[in-house]
Design a protein around this ligand. Structure first.
Ligand SMILES: NC(=O)c1ccc[n+]([C@@H]2O[C@H](COP(=O)([O-])OP(=O)(O)OC[C@H]3O[C@@H](n4cnc5c(N)ncnc54)[C@H](OP(=O)(O)O)[C@@H]3O)[C@@H](O)[C@H]2O)c1
Length: 306
């Protein structure tokens, strides 16, 4: 992998940081780009990564997934730079806001950042990724809650409604639905790339399992964390930033994933995702409606979207 570039969105903390660390440990020469909204935070992460791994080729570029202008500038700048060939894009950044907030374009933030920002970014960079390269969308098993959980399973119905929710919509569904969208986007993109282009890119989704130590769960109390750990263990859904970060890094570095595409990899294991995630009509609807929301142009992607 030396002399190749790898982009990790949100690589400054949690799962993304551990993913960057494990890639850097495997390949001290790999060019690793942390795509982050907070440059200062990323720079201290880079210092830590360099000290722990010996890889001096880790750097940051500004990317705010809550702004489509920022996503477009990021992709444009990456393409203009004299970087080693782009080998992998890890769409890892994510958030789970507790209140209703909006992105720069006025989309509900969870859907806007977790799904729309990555949908646009992956489309913009697909043509630049070298043959046999990889795109990984970090999803979550919250897209498929266990039956005993007091949590409804998300089903994709309408992108416009997710982008501009109504007061009566269930706020608890925002995060798991955005993660369902990540999964459906991985399936759609994998199939379209295979059918519509000569390009051989392996496009998959990843589930890290429940990681109570990351900032995503930062708002939870010790008691809530303890309960989540017990449930996670009983249900076999517990992950850790360290272990899952290593499993995610392997999807970039290991030969084992070279011809794997259109799959849902749960902490290293090829796994079946929810029934709703395989609904071909819903997958195509999400793909087209997302293109409309981000005003995707024909010269911005090598895939069909109309
Ligand atoms: N934690 C879990 O239990 C769990 C379970 C399943 C899936 N996941 C998924 O794992 C991924 C990583 O999450 P994590 O648990 O490692 O949480 P985390 O430590 O909070 O990391 C999330 C990263 O996303 C970045 N980010 C958030 N909004 C952004 C934006 N608008 N533009 C650019 N970057 C942005 C954050 O940047 P800042 O540092 O600037 O905030 C941070 O680097 C997410 O996709 C999450 O959905 C997590």
């Amino acid at each position: 992998m030396s002399n190749k570039a790898i982009i990790i969105t949100g690589g400054n903390s949690g799962l993304g940081f551990q993913c960057a660390k494990n890639i850097a440990l495997v390949d001290k020469e790999a060019t690793i780009i942390l795509a982050c909204r907070n440059i200062q935070k990323a720079e201290s992460a880079i210092q830590e990564l360099a000290n722990e791994t010996g890889n001096k080729n880790i750097s940051v570029r500004s990317l705010d997934l809550a702004s489509l202008d920022s996503v477009r500038s990021f992709a444009k700048n990456i393409k203009a730079e004299n970087l080693p060939p782009l080998y992998a894009l890890v769409c890892n950044a994510g958030l789970n806001p507790t209140t209703l907030t909006y992105t720069k374009e006025g989309f509900e933030t969870t859907f806007g950042v977790n799904h729309l920002g990555h949908y646009l970014l992956a489309n913009l960079l697909l043509d630049t990724i070298e043959d046999n390269g990889k795109i990984i969308f970090v999803s979550s098993d919250t897209h498929n809650p266990p039956k005993i959980f007091p949590f409804p399973a998300p089903v994709f119905e309408n992108a416009e409604r997710l982008a501009h929710p109504q007061e009566q919509d269930n706020a608890m569904l925002r995060y798991p639905t955005s993660k369902l969208c990540n999964l459906m986007t991985a399936y759609a993109m994998s199939e379209k790339a295979r059918k519509e282009t000569e390009k051989v890119v392996n496009i998959n989704a990843f589930n890290p399992g429940l990681m109570v130590s990351t900032n995503l769960n930062g708002g939870s109390s010790h008691v809530q964390n303890a309960i989540m750990i017990i449930f996670g263990k009983v249900l076999g859904r517990l992950g850790s930033a360290e272990g899952s970060g290593k499993a995610l890094a392997e999807m970039v570095t290991s030969l084992k994933y070279d011809n794997v595409t259109g799959k849902y990899i749960d902490r290293g294991v090829d796994t079946k995702s929810s029934t709703a995630s395989y609904d071909k009509i819903a997958i195509e609807k999400l793909w087209k409606e997302s293109a409309e929301l981000v005003h995707l142009q024909k010269n911005e992607t090598i895939l069909s979207f109309e």
